[in-house]
Write a protein that binds this ligand. Sequence first.
Ligand SMILES: C[S@@+](CC[C@H](N)C(=O)[O-])C[C@H]1O[C@@H](n2cnc3c(N)ncnc32)[C@H](O)[C@@H]1O
Length: 449
Amino acid sequence: MSKSVRAYALDVLVKIGDNGAFSHLLIDQTLKNTTLDIRDQALFTELVYGTLNRKLTLEYDLYQLVKKPEKLQSWVKWLLYLAFYQLKYLDKVPDHAVVNEAVEIAKKRGHQGIVKLVNGVLRQAVRQGFTDYTEINEPLKQLSIKTSTPEWLIERWVDSYGFEKAEKIAVSQLVKSDKSVRVNPLKMTRTEVMKQLQTDGFDVRMSTFSSHGLVIEKGNILKHPFFKEGVITIQDQTSMLVGEMMAIEEGQIILDSCSAPGGKATDIAERLSNTGCVYSFDLHEKKTKLVKEKAEQLGLINIKTQGMDARHLDEAFDQETFDRILVDAPCSGFGVIRTKPDIKYSKTSEDVFQLSMIQFDILKTVMPLLKTNGKLIYSTCTIDPTENEALIAEFLSGQTRIEVDPTFFEELPDFLKTSIGVTPFGIQIFPDDFNTDGFFLTRLQYKQH
Ligand SMILES: C[S@@+](CC[C@H](N)C(=O)[O-])C[C@H]1O[C@@H](n2cnc3c(N)ncnc32)[C@H](O)[C@@H]1O
């Protein structure tokens, strides 16, 4: 008998759990190497992401149902989490089928004692249901368990934004964000693409973040031929806002200092209409191949890629070389937890601090490479002030000639101008605000006399 979708999901979860492997990479690899049909592929992805995203909650549930859970082998725990996840959050599969499937997997992987335990625990869970966590008296801990977010991270969000906002952020990271695509204007207009997609049965609306963006409300867009033809690229709306806010003009010379896998570099190159040049760098030479491949697929000939540490770019370029610079910095990624749930378990406050040092150094190195009338865009997909507005505040405090470009705020889309995330140092978009990634964005320039 061929391996079941749940057995595949369990293998991946055990690997992620034991080795801290990156969830999205492992998932992609498994999907490539299996013969699961499209429906099972979707279920597999949902099971892995869903179970991983709810790990702390499911672990708490396990402690309510099993006497000494710490004694269980790792795969048995993950098998139970996987089954709990389906019982609690998926209504597609009947409870008895969830229990039976888990028991079948236990039979294949373990001895009779484990089979009995899995069967017993799951039947008990079905009978008595799961706790609602109100018995946890400590509010931070309760929120941590309810939303499966480590307590230190909840505490950090509460310190920065208050309890109510922290709760909204944590809850939003459990819900899927809106799917969006960017239209390549070198191939078709946004209206043309929207009409074609609607004809093909998709529910689509225009993005308010970007003039090149479409939000896909219904339909499996990944299968559409527009991808292969280079007409559309998957991109979150907040990432598209970067290209939108760069005030790009044809012929410009633009530096993208941290560019892989190339989502924003290709957006910039499209906006240049294949004129000028995008110098696209990344610390990891291997990852720059992804930028090249993406550029080729989109028919772009104005991107040059190379592996290099952005903290040494001043050795490769003269001062005042670039019209625009993008620093889409390496960051903690707390704004993209729903697509990479392993982030919330693997990152630490020390990582946040270390990353902020790298971000600062990159900014310090590339700022002098900007022309006096140029603009530098700094962005991250995180929601931590240390890497965002506080970092920019600190950077500016050591500089006399640089400022946040005041026209940046005027040029934001109207609905963002009044957003709660607007600060003097840039705009913080939270994942619960518009059902997008959490994202920070600002634009710096030399003071104009
Ligand atoms: C947020 S991602 C960039 C995403 C990319 N801009 C896009 O839109 O597809 C940050 C990138 O910075 C790279 N990176 C990390 N440290 C770096 C450094 N010191 N210099 C240059 N790139 C670095 C990482 O490899 C990663 O690809």
